[in-house]
Design a protein around this ligand. Structure first.
Ligand code: ZN
Length: 412
């Protein structure tokens, strides 16, 4: 009974050694697997936009009912800025879009109308050149979260992550850190609840200016024509300061077609188009703060890392189908050959006296456990024509295993 105990002790020691010092290829595989999982998680978290645009219904009990739509922080509280009359800012949400944002920007330049674009960070990562061009053409940039997330339904940490990641992406793409922020799924101040007011107060306390709207073009509604969008944006006799439109999140041909009517309609009523910074009476650099070299580099690294993650997951997804097909083909091939082999074996005449010479070849390299098992199997076999041969490249290991087995056999 000495032999099994000694062998199992040797095997346990080998297993312990393998766990504490795994072979290099296992460490490499584990590292690659960890990287791929991390890339997939990052990709999943950053690339998916959450939900579609909509405008919440107004609430008569809102603490901000009757306020102007641009909010700043003062002594830990939200403060609605009194906006100048007959000045209106056009704002576009949910971009950048590679098709519609440049077209809308071109139409705005032709009409000599400034505008502010509230950008979704994950789209900035995909289309940094569009953002760079917007900045170069003189448009203001704002933060609209990284994944178009409802900032009122998440923890403060996640909220900060959404805003910081977008800020970094815009810094990398255009060299500015936007201070203007618009929460997704927001509309006018009258729709803000007391809980949302507290969350907005925290954001303004961190240096952001919250830009809501007091006129909604309702271009997120797919059933509305360009004329209807223009009518909603121009509105009736009530005062307009900030108009909400969209350059991303879908096909924006109707929004683009409505623009000349909106501009004509509001100019006819004596309005002048300005940027949000003009409404606030501050310089452009106060709302789009130029970045330092390190901030810009950090933003570019973020864009590069997320772009690499995007391509890596795209390639992996593309490879998934051919790999699955190859596995199925291999399985079918093995089953076919096994079936054929079994049929051939059954067809052979059975002769119990037929005992050809056989060899056991042990593929061993520093594998004491494998050699031990082979030796044990060899000794236990009653096959008459069995001969021992070893392919080991480490003869000392084989000799050690053989001598250990001989010693064990003598003990037994
Ligand atoms: Zn939005």
């Amino acid at each position: 009974m000495e032999l099994p105990r000694r062998l199992s002790a040797a095997r346990a020691a080998e297993i312990r050694r393998r766990i504490s010092r795994p072979p290099a290829h296992w460490s490499l595989l584990a590292f690659i697997a960890c990287v791929l999982v991390l890339v997939a998680v990052v990709q999943g978290l950053t690339e998916e936009s959450v939900g579609q645009s909509r405008t919440p219904a107004s609430d008569a009990r809102s603490p901000l009912a009757g306020s102007d739509p641009v909010l700043t922080g003062e002594a830990g509280r939200l403060r609605s800025r009194r906006l100048p009359p007959k000045r209106v800012a056009l704002t576009y949400d949910d971009g950048p879009d590679p098709v519609w944002t440049p077209r809308i920007a071109r139409a705005l330049r032709r009409l000599r109308v400034p505008a502010t674009f509230f950008l979704v960070g994950s789209h900035v990562v995909e289309h940094p050149t569009v953002v760079r061009n917007l900045r170069r053409e003189g448009f203001e940039l704002g933060n609209h979260t990284f994944t178009h997330a409802d900032v009122f339904g998440m923890s403060q940490m996640m909220r900060r992550l959404q805003l910081d990641a977008t800020e970094n992406a815009i810094a990398g793409a255009a060299g500015v850190r936007p201070r203007l922020f618009r929460p997704p799924y927001s509309s006018g101040p009258e729709a803000i609840t007391p809980g949302q007011e507290r969350a907005l107060a925290r954001m303004t306390g961190e240096g952001h200016v919250v830009v809501l709207s007091d006129r909604d073009g309702r271009d997120w509604d797919p059933g509305r024509s360009s004329a209807a969008i223009a009518r909603s944006a121009v509105g009736g006799r009530s005062r307009a300061s900030v108009i909400l439109l969209h350059d991303g999140g879908g096909e924006r041909a109707r929004t683009l077609a409505a623009l000349p009517r909106i501009v004509r309609g509001l100019r006819a009523r004596g309005y002048r188009f300005v940027a949000v910074s003009d409404l606030l009476g501050v310089r452009r650099a106060a709302v789009d703060v130029p970045t330092t070299g390190w901030e810009r580099l950090r933003g570019r690294l973020l864009i590069a890392a997320l772009t690499a993650a995007h391509w890596l997951t795209t390639i992996l997804m593309a490879l998934l189908a051919p790999i699955a097909v190859l596995i199925l083909l291999r399985a079918a091939f093995v089953v076919t050959l096994a079936h054929r082999h079994a049929r051939k074996r059954r067809a052979l005449p059975s002769d119990s006296s037929f005992t050809p010479s056989a060899s056991i070849v042990v593929p061993a390299f520093n594998e004491a456990v494998v050699i031990e098992r082979a030796v044990r199997s060899f000794v236990a076999s009653d096959y008459p024509e069995l001969r021992w041969s070893s392919s080991t490249t480490d003869r000392r290991t084989a000799q050690r295993a053989s001598s250990r087995h001989s010693a064990s056999s003598r003990c037994a």
